[in-house]
Design a protein around this ligand. Structure first.
Ligand SMILES: Cc1cc2nc3c(=O)[nH]c(=O)nc-3n(C[C@H](O)[C@H](O)[C@H](O)COP(=O)(O)OP(=O)(O)OC[C@H]3O[C@@H](n4cnc5c(N)ncnc54)[C@H](O)[C@@H]3O)c2cc1C
Length: 508
């Protein structure tokens, strides 16, 4: 447990040791899911590892996803069988061994209505059956993810009460994995890496890559330092081109809206609606455990400077409301939107494929100047396989992560449901640290979570608590409440030690 505990004091001590000249086998740059996965993979193979993240864990794309651990159904439409199989296999590992506490089965309802002519419905059903075949091949039990089947209109409306009744002939019911939260997965992977000896340093910005390590700046003090390393793996996502000119990206933005579940009749299933004219594109409404429904997803070219925090455009918001509304009885407007977020897909430039499809492939690219490897692309679902590919390039030690459970996996003792969902086997220990009552009416965050994140999850600034550990930041009203509580929670916190905001940077 101590080994998995990350906090400001451990960060300072480990940063000092590295800055004083202690060398490591591997420096990983970037603390999103890719970097955390690489750090865990390498540390669990016995390598000494330091991960440097310029902001907080999961500051980048890894917290702006749809939060699905999906079996790769959509790749089947593009005949990407290898990708689909990899997804189904990784989903089985995540739901079975690695993080069963963070991934849960989610039913999906695909309405058979005017937007789904019989031919398209039949094709979709065949795709779902192939998906079932992959599930069986990957050994995910039907008790975890039941097989797809056709259901009646009545049953569909029981699962998703806001579905429009007119023209509804029935629906296809299928199942996939849903993450409690993407940023929590990143934190769990990083802490598990720490338990294997990895040094996890947030607010440590890498300014240059050399053939014997990296140059960096401690964003909390402004002090420059270097870390000596035999290997460097860059996992800087959409910012990859900044440190390795060998990597050229063409990012695309995907946006989500968050609507109170009550507006959609408190659905128990996600609704999947094909986008008219979009090959293999769907708009979905995903019910979440925090009383919100996430409506996504757009795919808009995002050339030019890479913003620190992307935001959905008004046009994307209107498009999402319109497409979701086409299958729903409820007419949604901007006044129904409690929160909104956007993420940038780190897409490799140079392919003619539609951007959303490209993002799912990953690549490990070597910089000819420094020898550093960049691991880019992929998705949350396949982070483990991507990390394995990258680390295979620097060691012959066998990969161990397929059978390695993350911190929090395992039986949970009695604790409030939110804590069990988010902390698994650690929930009872979290509950011991403070009040488990909501911080304010309707705000699903408690004091105990804030104290735990500060003591064990490397939350250093109030924003780390509001925006990454608790995700209150997804709803502006919740954020204000949590930020106020967070400022009072962090020992000795003063805005004087707040790291300066990162300025907007360019991709290439
Ligand atoms: C809208 C959207 C929805 C998605 N939905 C899903 C989904 O449902 N399921 C799924 O499996 N996948 C999904 N994905 C894909 C998945 O989110 C990404 O593939 C994944 O999060 C990328 O992680 P990463 O670690 O490579 O990048 P990031 O999470 O962006 O991490 C890169 C990190 O590098 C840091 N960094 C950058 N430069 C430096 C530097 N110089 N020094 C130190 N640190 C630095 C950044 O601060 C950042 O934290 C989605 C993607 C998008 C955009």
């Amino acid at each position: 447990m101590t080994g998995a505990s990350l906090n400001a004091a451990r960060r300072a001590a480990e940063l000092d040791a590295l800055a004083s000249g202690e060398a490591v086998d591997l420096v990983v740059v970037g603390g999103g899911i890719t970097g955390a996965g690489v750090a865990l993979d390498a540390a669990s193979r016995g390598l000494s590892v330091a991960l440097l993240e310029r902001r907080d864990l999961a500051h980048g794309t890894s917290r702006w996803s749809s939060k699905l651990i999906h079996g790769g159904l959509r790749y089947l439409e593009h005949r990407e069988f290898g990708l689909a199989w990899e997804s189904a296999r990784e989903r089985a590992l995540l739901m079975g061994t690695i993080a069963p506490h963070l991934v849960r089965p989610l039913p999906f309802v695909t309405p058979l209505d005017a937007g789904m002519p019989a031919r398209k419905a039949a094709k979709t059903h065949v795709g779902l059956r192939i998906g079932d075949g992959l599930r069986i091949g990957a050994r995910t039990s039907r008790r975890v993810l039941p097989p797809a089947r056709r259901i009646s209109a009545l049953e569909a409306r029981r699962l998703a009460p806001a579905l429009a009744e007119g023209g509804l002939r029935g629906a296809l019911l299928s199942w996939d994995g849903q993450l409690e939260d993407d940023a929590r997965l990143v934190v769990a992977v990083a802490r598990t890496a720490a338990a294997h000896g990895a040094r996890i340093l947030t607010y440590a910005s890498v300014t240059g890559v050399r053939d014997d390590g990296v140059d960096a700046v401690d964003a909390l003090t402004g002090a420059a330092f270097s870390v000596r390393a035999r290997h460097v793996i860059l996992a800087t996502g959409v910012w990859a081109g900044e440190l390795s000119p060998a990597v050229e990206l063409r990012p695309s933005r995907g946006s989500h809206l968050l609507v109170p579940a009550g507006r959609l009749g408190d659905p128990r299933a996600a609704v999947n609606v094909p986008v008219p004219g979009g090959r293999g594109r769907w708009v979905f409404a995903l019910p979440r455990a925090d009383g919100l429904v996430a409506i996504g997803l757009t795919d808009v070219a995002a050339d030019g400077p890479v913003p620190d925090e992307p935001a959905p455009s008004a046009e994307e918001e209107a498009t999402l409301l319109e497409h979701a509304g086409a299958a729903l009885e409820v007419s949604l407007g901007p006044e129904d939107v409690a929160g909104r977020y956007a993420g940038l897909r780190p897409l490799l430039a140079g392919s003619e494929t539609e951007t959303a499809d490209l993002s799912r492939r990953h690549a490990v690219i070597e910089d000819p100047e420094t020898g550093a490897l960049t691991a880019v692309g992929g998705k949350l679902t396949t982070y483990r396989a991507m990390a394995q590919d990258a680390v295979d390039r620097i060691t012959e030690q066998p990969c161990r992560t397929a059978r390695l459970a993350l911190v929090g996996a395992g039986a949970a003792a009695a604790a409030p449901p939110r804590l069990i969902r988010r902390f698994g086997a650690e929930a009872a220990a979290v509950a011991e640290l403070g009040s488990t009552e909501p911080l304010a009416p309707g705000v699903p965050v408690c004091e105990a979570e804030l104290r735990w994140a500060t003591a064990h999850e490397l939350a250093i600034t109030p924003e780390d608590l509001s925006d990454r550990r608790t995700r209150a930041g997804l709803v502006p009203e919740w954020r204000e409440v949590v930020l106020a509580a967070a400022r009072a929670t962090i020992p000795g916190w003063s805005s004087a030690v707040s790291p300066p905001p990162t300025s907007t940077t360019s991709t290439s």
